[in-house]
Write a protein that binds this ligand. Structure first.
Ligand SMILES: *Cc1c(COP(=O)(O)O)cnc(C)c1O
Length: 400
């Protein structure tokens, strides 16, 4: 595989505004004029390239961000949406008809799990949930009407790594799609280069990194982006989860610092993971040699960006988890909040928050303990100082 350098690819893009502005102009318009009536007709029929018709279809500001994301992922094209869930639901509803079937990892983002297990019933679309690390189990679940395997590169919240090249062998063999949510590992992993057909993002998290808006993206082939934006049959065009261009412009600027932020998130997370391990807590972090897929991750990742900013520790009981989280917030470690990829550290009890859509018996069967605290480690300048605060909290709450 040739060296893939997502950060340099973004850096090399020449995207500037209509007056030579170094940041692309913001197109603050819902509709666009045409000099000739015929051009409008051709644009509607998808025969005129480079023309903008209406901002639910395409908006130039969104196109700049989408082009930058496609460059980052190495896909032909991309589309940006008003939320990560907008990207996920648009993709699934485009690929599946009523009566179809999906094979999905059981550990996914809670909203995704709820959409797959509850909402798709409306369309008579069935979903088989599997342990995505057990490839035999994955392949056995495929039926004649299966349309896709759905997974996350690093699953939420248990941080299991999907073996994308192996999964893509399975999807190619059965001529179905491999759809991958890469929200936890931008820059670190390039799923499309490892065999994914469609790469999804919640831009809300690391990519934007400021926790000031909700947004999403679909990185895919030119054909797929054309299909979702088709005026007659496209799920993006017809369901309308369109990102506001003011927001896409600000996310686009933040994308240019993503490579630096990912390095710092990863370095800080590895530091804390090793410290948690040193005080004999159960830690889940793919950068630790004892993580079951540590070696596999090393094969797939871009090493300069590290193992990511997410850590989970297991305190066994939700009472202990709550006590520690409240204490850590008091001591200024970060915020007791859902979400991730922020410049400050965020922590939450997964079973009772971001995975609360997953029924308790299913949580148990997938190994999600009620005492699991998920950390999104921030960009702290002095991480040893942060550890000292956490250590004090662990002592004072008698967890260690
Ligand atoms: C947050 C998140 C989503 C949903 O994204 P929104 O922007 O909140 O709609 C999907 N997948 C993962 C892994 C997430 O963390």
């Amino acid at each position: 595989m040739t060296k893939f350098d997502p950060a340099s690819n973004i850096q090399d893009l020449l995207q500037f505004g209509e007056f030579g502005d170094v940041n692309p102009s913001i197109t603050d318009s819902a509709t666009y004029t045409f000099m000739e009536a015929k051009t409008m007709v051709d644009t509607f029929q998808g025969e005129e390239e480079g023309c903008f018709l209406y901002s639910r279809h395409w908006n130039p500001s969104n196109k700049y961000l989408a082009d930058a994301l496609a460059t980052m992922e190495g896909t032909e094209s991309a589309w940006v949406t008003a939320s990560g869930m907008g990207a996920i639901t648009t993709t699934i509803l485009q690929l599946c008809d009523s009566g179809d079937h999906i094979v999905s990892s059981i550990t996914t983002y809670g909203g995704t799990f709820a959409f797959l297990s509850n909402y798709l019933k409306k369309f008579n679309i069935e979903v088989s949930f599997v342990d995505i690390t057990k490839l035999d189990e994955v392949e056995k679940a495929i039926r004649p009407n299966t349309k896709m395997i759905y997974t996350e590169t690093l699953t939420n919240p248990l941080l299991q790594l999907s073996d994308l090249p192996k999964l893509s062998e399975i999807t190619s063999k059965h001529q179905i799609k491999l759809v991958v949510d890469n929200t936890f590992t931008p820059m670190i992993m390039a799923p499309a280069r490892l065999g994914a057909d469609i790469v999804l993002y919640s831009l809300t998290k690391f990519i934007n990194g400021k926790n000031d808006c909700v947004a999403g993206a679909i990185c895919a082939s030119e054909d797929f982006v054309k299909a979702i934006s088709d005026v007659n049959t496209g799920s993006a065009m017809l369901l309308g989860p369109i990102l506001d261009p003011l927001r896409s412009s600000s996310i686009h600027k933040n994308l240019h610092t993503l490579h630096l932020r990912m390095q710092k998130h990863s370095a800080n997370a590895l530091y804390l993971a090793e410290k948690f391990e040193s005080v004999r807590l159960r830690v889940i972090y793919p950068g630790l040699p004892k993580h079951p897929q540590h070696q596999l991750m090393k094969v797939f990742m871009h090493p300069e960006f590290g193992f990511g900013g997410m850590i989970a520790i297991d305190l066994k009981s939700s009472k202990k988890a709550n006590t520690l989280m409240e204490k850590m917030q008091e001591e200024g470690v970060g915020y007791l909040a859902v979400s991730l990829g922020y410049f400050k550290t965020l922590f939450s009890n997964s079973g009772k928050s971001t995975s609360s859509e997953v029924p308790e018996d299913v949580q148990k069967s997938m190994g999600l303990s009620e005492g699991l605290i998920r950390f999104s480690v921030g960009l702290d300048h002095d991480i040893e100082r942060t550890w000292q605060k956490i250590y004090k909290c662990l002592k004072e709450t008698k967890i260690i």
